[in-house]
Design a protein around this ligand. Structure first.
Ligand SMILES: Nc1nc2c(c(=O)[nH]1)N[C@H]1C(S)=C(S)[C@@H](COP(=O)(O)OP(=O)(O)OC[C@H]3O[C@@H](n4cnc5c(N)ncnc54)[C@H](O)[C@@H]3O)O[C@H]1N2
Ligand code: MOO
Ligand SMILES: [Mg+2]
Length: 424
């Protein structure tokens, strides 16, 4: 512990459950509040910064859902053909200004405004029309059929979308349907990212003896890109206090979040701990999970009046780095960005493999989810599950999540899985 004393997030030496770690992170974070205004065409994937209240009703008027004939529901006969005289035509975009009497109907196109007094549309292929007269067999339509009511999609003054929603294609269409061309979105969260370790080499460098290529920065940049944050790539930092301090200070100055991998375990992390302790209230946790046991989190201060930058220091092992990103950092970043929770889609699947497991920690195994022969979801593990075996993660489309209290799983048992993409 540094002279600054224990972090308020510190839990001593006890192992922390995954749930407790997630709860501590969620309780500490406050969303950024800055917003910007964007044209709708630039807003896909951004997080809505304010509710959108509909200025108009959608549809703006009662209209026909079919090409056919508009009529009065009360003219329909239950016992015999209904015979009506055609007295006019309405196309989409027309404003019908004529009256229709009982016994009359009008030719109408899909999307055209319903003439006053008419409330039902018979599709043209369900009736017989000749010489200005339409015959409709009994039971073909009921009063009110094939008519879209004013405001049935949205009523003027009602909320169309609420703040925190990540804008998807349908949302852009919905906003456009209200005549709104600009939206207020949260500014993008800025995330500074670097890898630590003397053994790491960057792409394009020769692989010296004893060295490995830095892969975490690339998997994490991919995971960050999915969250639509601004990535500040600070590259590689050697295990050297001065270099680490310089990069950390640049990250703190420029970003809302500092995301690192490596150097959080017991090995040579002491100077890291001192460095971080002098800049904030970072807690080093031992989370009861596999992989991903060592993990550090907390605020890094930026001086009076400024919100802190938040450190998520992930373990260096490549699978552990990604698993802890999904288990802790992803939700934390979404919360900071002002987004509504977007948990990875979860489902129960039958595990084809037996898994040995003791209670007291959460395990994340890598698996492939697919439909079984009986149509139920099935998951099989992707081979060697070591914390450094990135291929098992690359082949997987899901994490098998074996909860804290779970004991061994027999082949055929149902297990929880988190899907990486929401697409199997
Ligand atoms: N005596 C103990 N040793 C270890 C413990 C422990 O509790 N007691 N925990 C183990 C666990 S679990 C993990 S995970 C690692 C985490 O260590 P660090 O976060 O300090 O990470 P490093 O030691 O720097 O690296 C671990 C491993 O990952 C490789 N690595 C690191 N960064 C990258 C990168 N950007 N790209 C690819 N690979 C990377 C690194 O070379 C090491 O092999 O500690 C265990 N030890
Ligand atoms: O649990 Mo560590 O995080 O093995 O890789
Ligand atoms: Mg290291």
């Amino acid at each position: 512990m540094s002279e600054l004393g224990p972090s308020p997030l510190s839990t001593g030496n006890d192992q922390l459950s995954v749930e407790a770690a997630r709860a501590a992170i969620a309780a500490a974070l406050h969303p950024i509040t800055e917003t910007e205004t964007l044209p709708l065409t630039a807003a896909l994937g951004r997080i809505l910064g304010a509710d959108i209240v509909s200025p108009i009703s959608v549809p703006a008027h009662d209209n026909s859902a079919m090409d056919g004939y508009a009529l009065r529901g009360s003219d329909l006969r239950a016992d015999a053909d209904t015979v009506l005289t055609v007295t006019g035509t309405v196309h989409a975009g027309d404003v019908p200004d004529f009256e229709t009497a009982t016994g009359q109907c009008v030719r109408i196109m899909t999307g055209a405004v319903m003439p006053a007094g008419l409330d039902t549309v018979v599709p043209q292929e369900l009736c017989r029309a000749a010489d200005g007269v339409v015959h409709i067999a009994a039971g073909t339509v009921r009063p009110g059929d094939n008519r879209r009511l004013q405001g049935e999609d949205l009523r003027a003054g009602h909320p169309a979308l609420t703040a925190g929603q990540r804008l998807r294609p349908a949302d852009l269409g919905l906003i456009a349907s209200l005549g709104i061309g600009e939206v207020t979105v949260r500014r993008r969260l800025r995330v500074a990212l670097f890898s630590t370790g003397n053994e790491l080499r960057t792409l394009g460098q020769p692989l010296d003896a004893g060295c490995i290529y830095d892969s975490n920065r690339y998997s994490l940049m991919g995971a960050l890109a999915r969250l639509d944050v601004e990535i500040i790539d600070l590259g590689l930092v050697r295990d050297d206090p001065a270099a680490l301090a310089a990069t950390l200070d640049e990250a703190i100055a420029r970003a809302d979040v500092v995301l690192t991998s490596g150097g959080v375990s017991v090995g040579d992390a002491d100077y890291t701990k001192d460095l971080l302790a002098s800049r904030g209230d970072v807690a080093f946790w031992k989370v009861a999970m596999r992989p991903g046991r060592p993990f550090a989190f907390g605020p890094l201060h930026r001086g009076e009046g400024r919100t802190p930058a938040w450190l998520f220091a992930l373990p260096g092992n490549p699978v552990a780095a990604l698993v802890t990103f999904y288990a802790f950092a992803r939700d934390g970043l979404l919360q900071l960005a002002g987004a509504k929770p977007q948990p990875l889609p979860a489902l129960r699947a039958r595990c084809t493999t037996a898994i040995r497991k003791r209670p007291g920690r959460t395990e994340f195994q890598r698996g492939i989810v697919s439909p079984g022969v009986d149509g139920q979801w099935e998951v099989r593990l992707t081979g060697t599950q070591g914390a450094g075996v990135l291929r098992s993660m690359s082949e997987a489309n899901a994490l098998v999540v074996l909860g804290h209290a779970q004991t061994s799983v027999a082949a055929g048992d149902a297990v929880d899985v988190w899907l990486f993409d929401g697409l199997v």
